[in-house]
Design a protein around this ligand. Structure first.
Ligand code: PLP
Length: 372
């Protein structure tokens, strides 16, 4: 390889990451071969088991037959189809928002929303554990960025008192901790301080009721790659915001639209979450089963009541080692390290889904008990 200062720099950085147990590598899912009967997957976000449901496979095939497989252009040119419109309308009906806008991923929806909506004259107040896509969006926007301690309403209020007319951003269910944000009180605080509440609902949509007594926020970002088992995302909110995004969002304007077949598929997934409540019931029963089994085996858990059940280990290398031993025993779990989580808080990210059996859960907990 040619010698170049940039190549030298990245080589040193990679060495450092490796030494610190923080080097990330891809693995072909065939290596994992999750379909092998002896590997039980507790690492993905397909909480309801929709990713491989027959109805979903049929919907994707049907969507492709109607619309073809690609959108062929940016939404503003000719990439915006009836399938996109129907999905946006259906999401609005479900959540009570006025309008919606589709993106190819939650990351780009979040980043586009924040960077387009805010500028250097605005103040954005976000939970300390907010997702990387939001952080990147705020940085790109140039807005003044203030953070409140995780789920700390008093701290959020102090910041809102200091910076009224701002925007507060949180997640509905935190991706690495599984705990929920106090959305109702946050909404109230925002109303009292004339501020917008923006919620990244990536891990809540489809598994946590979206509308209990009216909208819980001004702008909601839902993703299709988690509980809906497919791909893509939508920003839902006031029509004025969506129209502004259409007119100004560089990610939206200068990028090929989500494929119509994917939009058709996501619409089928939304319908399935409504028509097959047994999936959510099975998920919730499995979460309770896992927590109970951990309790009996003295495995310490957090207060999370969602599908995301972290087991805190602390040290990064130890976390990777335990995850790898679990894999050898037949269980795939996430090994989450800084900077995804704060230093010293590496953890196993165990995700429960509707398709796990009681036996799967008992076996995993038994293996965990021997390793931590
Ligand atoms: C909280 C949160 N927001 C947004 C995203 C991005 O969504 P997507 O996977 O659709 O890009 C993720 C995915 O990891 C997430 O955990």
């Amino acid at each position: 390889m040619v010698s170049h200062p940039i190549l030298d720099k990245i080589s040193q950085r990679m060495q450092q990451l490796n030494n610190d147990g923080l080097l990330r590598k891809r693995k072909l899912s065939n290596d994992y071969d999750y379909d092998k009967p002896n590997i039980i997957d507790f690492s993905h976000n397909d909480y309801l088991g929709l990713a491989s449901a027959n109805e979903m496979v049929d919907a994707l095939t049907q969507g492709a037959k109607i619309y073809g497989v690609g959108s062929k252009a940016s939404p503003l040119v000719s990439g915006y189809s009836q399938a996109h419109l129907q999905l946006e309308q259906s999401l609005c009906e479900l959540t009570g928002h006025e309008a919606g806008l589709l993106f190819c991923s939650g990351f780009s929806a979040n980043q586009a929303l924040i960077k387009t909506l805010f500028d250097a004259n605005d103040v954005v107040i976000a939970d300390k554990l907010i997702h990387a896509s939001i952080i990147d969006g705020v940085r790109d926007s140039g807005a003044v960025f203030k953070r409140f301690k995780h789920n700390d309403l008093d701290h959020a209020e102090q910041l809102l008192e200091r910076y009224p007319n701002s925007a507060v951003i949180t997640e509905s269910v935190f991706s690495m901790d599984g705990d929920k944000a106090p959305l109702k009180p946050l909404q109230l605080l925002c109303q009292q301080h004339n501020s917008l509440l923006v919620v990244d609902d990536a891990h809540g949509f489809g598994v946590i009721p979206t509308q209990t007594d009216g909208k819980f926020c001004d702008i909601q970002v839902v993703t299709f790659g988690k509980a809906l088992g497919c791909q893509g995302a939508a920003i839902l909110g006031p029509k004025a915001v969506i129209d502004f995004m259409v007119a100004q969002s560089r990610q939206y304007i200068y990028s090929t639209a989500l494929s119509p077949a994917s939009a058709y598929l996501a619409l089928a997934a939304v319908k399935l979450t409504q028509e097959q409540p047994q999936r959510l019931a099975a998920l919730n029963a499995n979460i309770a089963e896992f927590r109970q089994a951990c309790g009996k085996n003295n495995i310490e858990l957090t207060d999370s009541t969602t599908a995301i059940q972290p087991v805190l280990i602390g040290d990064s290398n130890k976390t990777v080692l335990i995850a790898s031993k679990l894999f050898d025993l037949g269980f795939a779990v996430g090994a989450i390290r800084p900077p995804t989580v704060p230093a010293g808080q590496a953890r196993l990210r165990i995700t429960i889904n509707a398709q796990h059996s009681k036996h799967d859960i008992a076996e995993l907990v038994g293996a965990l008990a021997t390793l931590i």
